[in-house]
Write a protein that binds this ligand. Structure first.
Ligand code: ARG
Length: 466
């Protein structure tokens, strides 16, 4: 970093230079440097607007645009020289443009404030980042669909409530449950993108300008569908950041639930899943260990994302209109949230596609006759027994099998009112095939669900390619 003493953008009113405490504490360049592409994109649109409204002449516009190109090339080539006095990315780029384009460069900030500039930059960044989150989600959804397809009708496992065995479900059904949760996340990203699709540029510091700005022109140039309605709101609105933090936090919570199941399923106690060596870690002390660290970190990182959301809501709370420097605290949490989410999605997708499901262990757990107790009650329901009575009768049979230490199958075979067709309900592999109802866990509804999920995925693929 160059040590050159450049003046702050706001030096004019001051007779004393800023203290190092002030600069060190308030500078945001280390964090907002990554907004360089967006800052340059926003500046290009702004300068073109200044030309179109005749606030600047054609030569000035051309000189500034050329200087922006140079600054961008330098940043991309990592030859851009950053100054200690570069308080933030806006200062750094304006400084460089002025060095290159002289008096014309010094006109770049005409009719603009860093307040509407930073809000614009962050909207542009959010648009890309939310899309990247959707793409990474779409990838994980594909992995889940592929594994569901591979599992087909063959692999089933005990479904749980309260983490106690309840009824058998196809593995495909279980995996698709996570697919639909991610589908809602994608919907939320798309909603958030729609609401964030508004350009704040032209709001100035807080109240617009006495110059004949054309905010619609810049909004169109930047590809935003709408222009702000109120300049005070435009520079102080960070709802899109808060919303992005929520959508990311909830999605990471979804990932943490998948992570938790991978941790459980890969334990010796469950033995439902074999971790691939390529996606597990060893222990520095225990030679035999193969650990599910990706799944654990995905689970653990949900805490960070929840913290980013609650922390930023606390920052926003009770802020008076319009811009306050507190708002600079928006970037770290939203950058961290999206970076963490996107890397978690990729890691989890790799982990799941490299994992092998252990059909034998799953079946062994699912085939225990008690898991068919509800089907037995429904057998009685078909014979017009009220469900509450049927429930009590079957409960008593389960109790009898526990007390006598014999299988439920034996008890049922020796109980009046239950024919061989009832006993057959307890046969291995039967219960899962009886989950017929729409959206249920058996082969027919799961096959239908698979078609829906594939159509759903195709829609998203199309949206992403449009
Ligand atoms: N670094 C600042 C931020 O991120 C840019 C805006 C500064 N505006 C100001 N009036 N000091 O919010």
């Amino acid at each position: 970093m160059a040590n050159a003493k450049n003046k702050a953008l706001w030096h004019g009113r001051f007779t004393h230079a800023p203290s190092s405490e002030l600069m060190d504490f308030t500078a945001s360049i280390d964090i907002d440097r990554r907004l360089a592409p967006e800052d340059i994109e926003g500046s290009r649109a702004h300068v073109r607007m200044l030309g179109k409204t005749k606030i600047l002449d054609g030569k000035e516009v051309a000189a500034i645009l050329a200087a922006l190109d140079t600054a961008q090339a330098e940043i991309e080539a990592e030859t851009f020289v950053w100054f200690e006095s570069d308080e933030d990315i806006h200062t750094a780029i304006e400084r460089r443009v002025t060095e290159i384009a002289g008096a014309a460069g010094a006109k770049i900030h005409t009719g603009r404030s860093r307040n509407d500039q930073v809000a614009t930059d962050l909207h542009l960044w959010f648009r890309r980042a939310a899309r990247a989150a959707i793409i990474a989600t779409h990838e994980l959804q594909k992995t889940l669909l592929d594994q569901a397809q591979k599992a087909g009708d063959e692999i089933y496992l005990p479904g749980y409530t309260h983490l106690q065995r309840a009824q058998p479900v196809l593995l495909a059904h279980h995996l698709l449950a996570h697919y639909w949760a991610l589908a809602r996340d994608v919907d939320r990203w798309r909603d958030a993108l729609d609401r964030a699709d508004v350009s704040p540029l032209g709001a100035g510091a807080l109240a617009g300008s006495s110059l004949p700005l054309d905010p619609k022109f810049t909004a169109d140039a930047l590809g935003f569908s709408r222009v702000f309605e109120n300049s005070l709101d435009a520079v102080s609105d960070r709802d899109f950041v808060a919303e992005g933090l929520f959508v990311a936090a909830l999605e990471q919570v979804h990932l943490s639930r998948i992570g938790e199941e991978i941790v459980l399923w890969s334990s010796a106690e469950f033995g439902f899943l074999d971790l691939a060596e390529t996606h597990s870690t060893g222990s520095s002390m225990l030679p035999h260990k193969k650990n599910p660290d990706i799944a654990e970190l995905v689970r653990g990182k949900s805490g960070r994302l929840i913290g980013n959301l609650t922390g930023f809501l606390a920052t926003l709370k009770a802020l008076p209109l319009a811009y306050n420097r507190d708002l600079q605290e928006d970037k770290e949490p939203i950058f961290d949230a999206l970076d963490t989410l996107i890397s978690s999605l990729g890691a989890l997708s790799g982990l799941i596609s490299a994992s092998t499901f252990n059909a034998e262990s799953m079946r062994a757990g699912a085939d225990s006759p008690e898991n068919s107790a509800t089907d037995l009650a429904e057998y009685l329901v078909r014979a017009q027994v009220p469900f509450r009575d049927a429930h009590a009768q079957v409960g008593a049979l389960v109790n009898e099998s526990i007390e006598k230490g014999i299988t439920l199958r034996e008890v049922v075979a020796n109980t009046k009112g239950f024919g061989p067709d009832a006993v057959a309900l307890l046969d291995k592999g039967v219960a899962v095939t009886n989950r017929h109802s729409p959206g249920g866990a058996g082969p027919e509804p799961v096959a239908q669900q698979m078609v829906l999920a594939q159509q759903h995925r195709a829609h998203l693929t199309k949206w992403l390619s449009d």
